[in-house]
Design a binder for this molecule. Sequence first.
Ligand SMILES: O=C(O)c1ccccc1N[C@@H]1O[C@H](COP(=O)(O)O)[C@@H](O)[C@H]1O
Length: 231
Amino acid sequence: MSDASHTESGRSATRVKVCGVTRESDREAVVAAGADAVGVVSDVPVDTPREVDADTAADLLAGVPPLVTGVLVTMPTTVEAAVGLVEDAEPDAVQVHGGLSPGELGALSRRLSQDLVVAVDAGADDVRDYADAADALLVDSVDAAGGGGTGETHDWERTREIVADLDVPVILAGGLTPDNVAAAVETVDPFGVDVATGVERVEGGERVGGEKDHEAVREFVAAATRREVAA
Ligand SMILES: O=C(O)c1ccccc1N[C@@H]1O[C@H](COP(=O)(O)O)[C@@H](O)[C@H]1O
């Protein structure tokens, strides 16, 4: 990464992606809070309240304004399936979870004009094998099927080693919240951070999956970037 990405303190300016947006009002809140990227989950084989159908994904991504990155988050089983979905949804970037091999991800990357973010399990031994195929690695706490959105943190010290070892930008994900993201950034020094469940609405003590808490989104972006909370 070039020196231009670092502040005077030496720490890079942390990019923020808010993922699992299912509603226009939440997309607007994420953009207004100053997030760099908006994630929309579509065509995943896991049971998640953040999944939207292909038409909704395309509509949500089409409304992401210039200078903010609209990211399609998906779990394709083949390169061809991923290419078809991307052609329909027209995102600015693509984030892939699941079973594609490094070779298949390389083939997918060559078929796409968009940047490819590859999600890897923070606990896996082969994380580095995926770096060559990816424009960025998303180091996440994944479930048994390879999906994200678990709300679980992982060993940040290990992810810090991955950041230090690899040239590819590393995005930290998994269980981040407005309360822990500053410590996560301090520990891992990632290129960016990504959150889904940690900024969802809570009602009667229960999290409302797929709906964002706009105040939590503002707090998350502020804590991740050390900006003041927007009024
Ligand atoms: O959010 C989901 O349900 C999801 C489903 C399938 C693949 C990826 C998914 N989300 C990604 O996981 C990270 C971490 O989520 P969390 O903050 O721990 O809830 C999220 O940022 C998405 O990129």
